[in-house]
Design a binder for this molecule. Structure first.
Ligand code: UDP
Length: 449
């Protein structure tokens, strides 16, 4: 019966959504269902070889390419992914070209937080943007401020109608597939299911479907470092000694802020890999600083700069990695969990402050670098430097040493990684949910016939 099912996946065209969707396509195809991935030519070219390998191994996945109407909506040709947008003004045009979108790339904890804050209007109960309030209806006590809430809480006349359409699409859905595992969400899966009155299937961590190094290496964009060079560098370092710093695929921090991060990494005396994006106009300024300060010479041997795209899952799964400085995007968070790597959280926007609460306060597998407010797109310059070099250095010290507390953090991270791995094995929570997902959809289709 399952063979007759055909899943059509339309990932939102941003790497934080496309990457887990491709993993999901592979996991679904392993359930002997047919999967079609619908995307645009430029985006399809980013994962051609990954899909080719999957189909050669017998999985039924096809990629359907639909031209993206860039010209028609006034976008530069080839601008087919959020990471190619040069300014926030293009965002509305991008969404216009998309037409409809629905995908949830977040965890249940943050989804439940957002849902409950909105429902109870908790954010309106405080007098200022920096006054903390308790997120209602959670199994744990968690406080947040208005300045840390996802952008969706701020009304934006040019984006409100797109957001409303997304919400309508979500409301009409039969259920929600989540890249997480039940044990990670600390009771929030059931609560979220009740809150939205829909089925919720946690079927992750999806990144664990990449078993071979080549699949890990080719996940996402083309890496800006050779696999061998990266592995050789990591192999030369002591186990759990390296700090990996990468702030996601959409990082827009100003050069002055990135310089503080670079100086903090240097001051920490710990070996490190630092991923710096090269895709926006700010990269030039940073590059100038690197050469004027001879930064790369100063860190030679101890620090590795990756300019562009890093093979993140491959790096995180190397035994030399001891800590991850992350913007707390959901994919990065769960990938770190899978590798048992404790985190330094540096949230920027979206639901990342909620994820920070989960990592630092609830799961106790990370320390916060100390960011207090969200960086809204277009307001980066106004906010300037939020985290100083010494804060980075202090957070690294705490994570890598931190006495008994630090050791407990590392032990918990390793234990969670084990639970994550088991959840996808025969009989594990996500393994069972994957079969349930296929069964529930079959049942629903049969009912409606
Ligand atoms: N990623 C990567 N290399 C990079 C930057 C990002 O492989 O240099 C991947 C990362 O592994 C994750 C995704 O891109 O799967 C980023 O998703 P996340 O939800 O963490 O953050 P976003 O980029 O959506 O803010």
């Amino acid at each position: 019966m399952a063979e007759q099912l055909h899943f059509v996946l339309i990932p939102l065209m941003a790497q934080g959504h496309m990457i887990p969707m491709i993993d999901l396509a592979k996991l679904l195809a392993e359930q002997r269902v047919m999967v079609s991935l619908i995307t645009t030519p430029h985006n399809a070219s980013r994962f051609d070889s990954v899909i080719q390998r999957a189909t050669q191994s017998g999985l039924q996945i096809q990629v359907v390419k639909i031209p993206f109407p860039c010209r028609e909506v006034g976008l530069p040709v080839g601008c087919e992914n959020l990471d190619t947008l040069s300014s926030r003004d293009l965002l509305k045009r991008f969404y216009n070209a998309l037409g409809i979108v629905f995908l949830d790339g977040m965890g249940c904890f943050s989804l439940l937080c957002s849902h409950n804050v909105k429902l109870h209007k908790a954010h309106l109960s405080v007098a200022s943007d920096t006054e903390p309030f308790v997120v209602p209806g959670l199994p744990q006590t968690v406080e947040i401020t208005r300045a840390q809430l996802p952008g969706a809480f701020v009304s934006l006349p040019d984006l409100d109608d797109v957001r409303n359409k997304m919400q309508e699409a979500e409301m009409s859905a039969f259920g929600v597939v989540i890249n997480s595992f039940n044990e990670l969400e600390q009771g929030c899966v059931e609560q979220y299911q009740k809150a939205i009155k829909k089925k919720v299937w946690t079927i992750g961590p999806v990144s664990l479907c990449n078993k071979m190094n080549l699949d890990k290496f080719e996940r996402g964009n083309k890496a800006s470092i050779k696999e061998q060079k990266c592995m050789k560098w990591l192999d030369s370092k002591e186990p759990r000694s390296v700090i990996y710093a990468c702030l996601g695929s959409l990082c827009r921090l100003v050069p002055a802020q990135l310089i503080e991060l670079g100086l903090g990494l240097e001051a920490s005396q710990q070996p490190f890999i630092w991923v710096v994006k090269t895709s926006d106009e700010r990269a030039e300024e940073l590059e100038k600083w690197f050469s004027e300060q001879k930064y790369e010479e100063r860190i030679k041997g101890r620090g590795l700069l990756i300019k562009g795209w890093a093979p993140q899952v491959l790096i995180l799964s190397h035994p030399a990695i001891g800590g991850f400085i992350t913007h707390s995007g959901w994919n990065s968070t769960i990938e770190s969990v899978c590798s048992g790597v404790p985190m330094i959280t540096w949230p920027q926007f979206s639901e990342q402050f909620f994820n920070e609460k989960l990592i630092v306060q609830i799961l106790k597998i990370g320390v916060g670098v100390g960011v207090e407010v969200s960086v809204r797109w277009g307001e980066e310059e106004k906010l300037g430097v939020l985290v100083k070099k010494h804060q980075v250095e202090k957070a690294i010290d705490m994570l890598m040493d931190g006495g008994e507390e630090g050791e407990n953090r590392r032990v918990r991270a390793r234990e969670l990684a084990e639970i994550a791995r088991k959840s996808l094995e025969n009989g594990g929570s996500s393994y069972c949910n994957m079969s349930l997902l296929v069964r529930d959809i079959l049942e629903e289709i049969t009912k409606s016939q």
